[in-house]
Design a binder for this molecule. Sequence first.
Ligand SMILES: [Zn+2]
Ligand SMILES: [Zn+2]
Length: 253
Amino acid sequence: MERCLFCGEMRGDPLSFHNLFSPEYAPGFCLSCREQLVPIDPRHCCRLCGRDLSRLDRNRVTEGTCSDCVKWANSGRNGLYVNNHALYHYNPFLKEMINQFKFRGDVRLADGFAAELTRAYRRIVHNCVREQSGILKRKPSFLLVPVPLSSERLLERGFNQADVLARQIGAPIVQALVRVRDEAKQSKKNRAERMRLRATPFQLNEKAAVSLSGHKILLIDDIYTTGATMRLAAEALAPARPDSIRSLTLIHG
Ligand SMILES: [Zn+2]
Ligand SMILES: [Zn+2]
């Protein structure tokens, strides 16, 4: 038996055929920790940002889309950006887990999410195949682009959490973006301020960008909040002429 990657308790449930294929199975975490992770059901989420629609006020939902995403669509700022997929709801437990991961440098926690991230990645690829028309449906090739930290923040933290999460998936990773400045703390702004698009803090990494042309891009980050970061990243990637840009995050917050 192994210890839980988060709380250190013995995991208690040996690997079995059943839990290996159960959707809530997150190897590495004990049952009590897993029960506190609340997965977002992909069948009942906003088709654009991946949030759970059942938790949202009815009048904020239009045809499977939340009101934030309707605003984004109307803003004309989506560009090549298609949608986001998120694994879990933000709750106090996950907040504590993310603190331990990001701010106390416990990168092993990412291993506990490998199975779910990989499963979500496969689902995204599968959905793309389904959306294709014609008889010869080709499996699309995705390139993962971790949302970067500024060099100051990277130095301070020692790792980029988005990069660590991306490496769990096992698909090709391209460091196509550079973050040229940090944002003021998002939590200090109100929602309207956070949704307003600033000038992009991202630049294209010209060397890496040559490989993006015609490819489907999957941005990877730990959390999707207002969606502004994703649009800004997509905007910076656009000159490299990718086919389309989607994102996958651990959390919808
Ligand atoms: Zn635990
Ligand atoms: Zn939405």
